[in-house]
Design a protein around this ligand. Structure first.
Ligand code: AMP
Length: 418
């Protein structure tokens, strides 16, 4: 049978020619997050389904339509994680991470899974980076959390993005606002998409989040949440902006941001690259003061964000930004026969044990083919081990950029590590 296997729809391979770009994006994120005092946490890629149903809210698209659910052999239901916050909070509670009464700052990098319609910038398996700051209501931490994301993108060199912020208030403000919104949308109810008709009943704020053009147009003219904030939320939003200014984060206020998940309160924000087409959000986040308690922990406020690496990579490519470096050997060893080959392997092993990338291809025996390989791999130097060299206990070292050549005594090969 002639079967041709392909990757599942909505997923892709990261090939060696691109892997170093991912390594670069991930390592830089780790570095920036750590400099803001965040520590790494890794949670499993699947959780009990309730972890997401309880947290994200069962009216959200993620839970209703996009979650990969499965049963194990004992009939228990699990879900592949569609997002990173709920698992981090589950772990925070389970491991008592806040028991010292201090603020807990956690970051993660990992694959998420959503059964979504695949298109440019949207896949079914995608990698996210995120930061959660748990245990404080202070508005400085909303600004600091936004600043991690901002600093990361700036350090990558990205220019084409904007930070949009909003406050969606607390349950107290939402009560009035939801009524006003329902009044507003009621006259257009019949022309709203079916999803919006159900949002109208269950969670009117999510009407502002619809991507269907007709719904979007109606939502554009709806009353602004910012006009319905109570005094506490107004002050909080003002303070967040004050700290953002001190942190030199440029932002605009966009009162239409609601975020896709139910657990957000007060601050909501998005990082947008308008050159990315319809999937233009690099990431987003906000404050979620009710979530820890909702998931069974103590009443604990928190703020966090998540961004996606694939849209980030598209953005970096659009701006022709440096994305790390394809690893190239420092040394390519050239040898011609069995005698010199044993020595070649010894030197190769010596260099690799010193952590130096060295290459040797045992099946190639001609100078020409080995030089060609050294060029193809962009080796910095070639080490030539001919019979002449060996008889003098020497090796020849050639700088592949300048063409300069010199000899080194075999009992001084430590010099290669300098
Ligand atoms: P969200 O959790 O939906 O706010 O997503 C945060 C970020 O993750 C988005 O802004 C995207 O960069 C990325 N993201 C979310 N869903 C997908 C997806 N289906 N495919 C690729 N990236 C995604």
């Amino acid at each position: 049978m002639n079967t041709k296997y392909t990757v599942p729809r909505g997923t892709s391979d990261i090939l060696p020619k691109d892997a170093y770009k991912w390594e670069y994006m991930e390592s830089l994120f780790r570095k920036v997050a750590k400099s803001f005092g965040y520590q790494e946490i890794c949670t499993p890629i699947f959780e009990q389904t309730e972890v997401f149903e309880r947290s994200a809210g069962d009216t959200t698209d993620i839970v209703q339509k996009e979650m990969y659910r499965f049963q194990d052999k004992k009939g228990r239901t699990f879900a592949l994680r569609p997002e990173g916050t709920a698992p981090v909070i589950r772990s925070y509670i389970e491991n008592n991470l806040g028991s010292d009464g201090q603020i807990t700052k956690l970051f993660y990098i990992g694959n998420m899974f959503r059964y979504d319609r695949p298109q440019a910038g949207r896949s079914r398996q995608f990698s996210q980076y995120g930061c959660e700051c748990i245990g404080t209501v202070h508005p400085y931490y909303d600004a600091e959390n936004i600043a991690v994301f901002w600093t990361y993108l700036k350090t990558l060199g990205l220019k084409n993005f904007v930070v949009e912020i909003n406050s969606i208030g607390c349950p107290n403000c939402s009560e009035t606002y939801n009524t006003v919104l329902k009044e507003y949308f009621q006259k257009s109810l019949e022309i709203l998409c079916p999803d919006c008709q159900s949002r109208y009943e269950k969670n009117p704020k999510r009407l502002l989040d619809c991507k269907v053009p007709q719904c979007k147009e109606i939502a554009m003219k709806s009353p602004s949440m910012l006009d319905f904030l109570d005094e506490r939320c107004q002050i909080h939003f003002g303070e967040v902006q004050r700290y953002l200014k001190i942190l030199k984060v440029n932002y605009i206020v966009n009162s239409r941001i609601v975020r896709g998940l139910d657990y957000y309160t007060q601050t909501a924000f998005e990082f947008i690259n308008n050159n990315l087409g319809s999937q233009n959000a690099l990431g987003g986040g906000g404050r979620y003061d009710g979530l820890v308690q909702q998931m069974g922990g103590k009443d604990t406020p928190a703020v966090g964000f998540a961004g996606g690496f694939s849209r980030l990579l598209l953005s970096l490519e659009q701006e022709n930004l440096y994305q790390g470096e394809f690893a190239r050997p420092k040394y390519y060893i050239i040898s011609f026969n069995e005698e010199t080959t044993s020595k070649a392997i010894e030197i190769l092993d010596f260099l690799r044990n010193k952590g130096i990338y060295a290459e040797f291809e045992i099946e190639k025996t001609s100078m020409k083919s080995q030089m060609k390989s050294a060029d193809r791999l962009k080796a910095e130097y070639t080490i030539i081990l001919g019979e002449d060299e060996l008889s003098q206990n020497m090796l020849s070292l050639k700088n592949m950029t300048t063409g300069e050549q010199k000899q080194i005594a075999l009992d001084k090969i430590e010099e290669l590590c300098l």
